[in-house]
Write a new protein. Structure first.
Length: 145
């Protein structure tokens, strides 16, 4: 059925729960797992026409450490279950675009991700990457809440 399952992670407790389900599904189907985390690009602060960049090196170290920690959770779960797993860290200003592009580039036939379950004004203000993936992906999406 599914041969290569993409699982997303942002390092949150919510995404960690979906990782367990993705690993179990991959093991049951004999599928490969591809894990992705999307980091935002370096942003610059502009005040009255003057640009104040964050320290690019420090920013890169911080995002790399966060991504490594998030992906390590997937790697450990996949290894414990005997599921082959590829880890991918990408940079994108829009996480949903990075998720879909990775799924397409890696030949994934299912995307597994968590939903934080935000509703009302918080969903409107914060947006929903899960909703955006559901809306824009041509690849099937399995959402865990």
């Amino acid at each position: 059925m599914y041969k290569n399952i993409l699982v997303t992670t942002d390092g949150s407790e919510c995404s960690e729960r979906s990782i367990g389900h993705a690993v179990e599904l991959a093991k049951f189907l004999g599928a490969k797992l591809t894990a992705v985390t999307v980091t935002p690009p370096l942003q610059f602060l502009t005040v009255e026409g003057v640009v104040y960049p964050e320290d690019p090196e420090r920013y890169q170290q911080m995002t790399d450490a966060q991504a490594k920690a998030a992906l390590n959770v997937v790697a450990k779960a996949a290894e414990a279950a005997g599921v082959p797993c590829e880890l991918v860290q990408i940079e994108s200003p829009q996480p949903y675009e990075g998720i879909i592009k990775t799924a397409e580039d890696k030949g994934c036939d299912l995307i597994v991700m968590a939903s934080h379950g935000r509703r009302g004004i918080s969903a409107l203000l914060l947006g929903s990457e899960t909703q955006k993936v559901l809306t824009h992906s041509k690849i099937p999406v399995l959402v865990f809440r």
